[in-house]
Design a protein around this ligand. Sequence first.
Ligand SMILES: [Zn+2]
Length: 480
Amino acid sequence: MKYEPVIGLEIHAQLRTRTKIFCGCSTAYGAAPNTHVCPVCLGMPGALPVLNRQAVDYAIRAATALGCEVQPVSVFARKNYFYPDLPKGYQISQYEQPLALGGGLDVVGGDTPHVGLTRIHMEEDAGKSLHEGFVDSSRRTYVDYNRGGVPLIEIVTEPDMRSGAGAAAFFSQLRDILVWLDVNDGNMEEGSLRCDANVSVRPVGQQRFGTKAEVKNVNSFRYVQKAIEYEIDRQIELLENGGTVVQETRLWDSATGRTMSMRSKEEAHDYRYFPEPDLPPLVVSDERVAAVRATMPELPEARRRRFVASYGLPDYDAGVLTQSVGLADYFEQVAATAGNVKAASNWVMGEVLRTLNDRGNTIEDVPLAPDALAGLIGLVDKGTISSSTAKDVFARMYDSGRSADDIVATDGLAQIGDESALLSIVRQVLESHGDAVAQYRAGKTATFGFLVGQVMKASKGKGNPKLINGILRRELDGAA
Ligand SMILES: [Zn+2]
């Protein structure tokens, strides 16, 4: 490889507020066009923006979790450009003084173990141009301003990544954290999370960066990887053929698997940024940051480590169980009630996840309450049912709302743990298998397993295996 790719990402994440960043309009997705609008988000003359407090708290939460330094004072600025989906003719963003600086994320897998962050700033989203689905679509473009003014954070990384796969791994893990923090819904199809990739290449060993192209608004991890890989190949081929890369904005076309030039990239001065005169500087006290921090859920990595340290779970279990807040909470509730941590882990990772996957559900959809599953684990631990019967009971209780106790009692699934009942079954089996008994007593001890199997069968699988073993051994050896 003669060239080294250099990749930085800019990720726009919609904050999960009910209302927009500067007005009281709803942020709900999917409403009829232009029904969630008011004079403020339509940019009417004289209408004044008021900053949404919850949006700021969410932004602080994301910044804190990502190790950024929340700035005591940040400033909203007008980013001026003309586009039909921007009714004011400018977007309210933050420029010279963003909300948070620095930070980073340790990435598991991929080729970049740590991706540094440059900054996180707050801004409003633009509306959406609609080009299709109208009688006269070929002549006209329609605009839906429902999304205009929806609160976003833009997370800007350092140019730390070196491959499409590494960038996709970072983006995917960043999404997991934002969703875990409950600041973003992670829904890339609805546009609540979007990624722009800055891609350049340079000869290996060269310090100076090559000219970059920006690929806009890629909305899946796979496409991020493919778009970057395409862009790297395109730029290397250009350079190899004596051409130069031009700084521009490009669009990813998932249908053709290519990026296409959209416009020459604006420089910052093209936007004529200046401080937003209608909003005071945003002052964030240490107390406010501390208060937000106090409401934050334990982060996945910390929770994973705690599961290993305090429950003694294997790394693997801890990794699977901390895939989402919901799953980790569910496991902890089962474990607390059942008092058997490893069994709780096995059931949640095994039958619970398998059933959810089979149905395309998530842990939020699970109909089986944690204490119900704990009840089932308790019956196995007490020896009331065998572990194979337990799987059957699990299937019967999953949707029904019936308790394990109830199912085992009414469906007659309890193990036979009564010595005298088992003894009579053992004696019947020994009587009808005289040959096997003789073989055993002649020293062919392997026959013992066969006899255990016969007793199990005679008990219809409900005999307690431990008891059967003991009784059988006593009967065979004692009478010898
Ligand atoms: Zn509004």
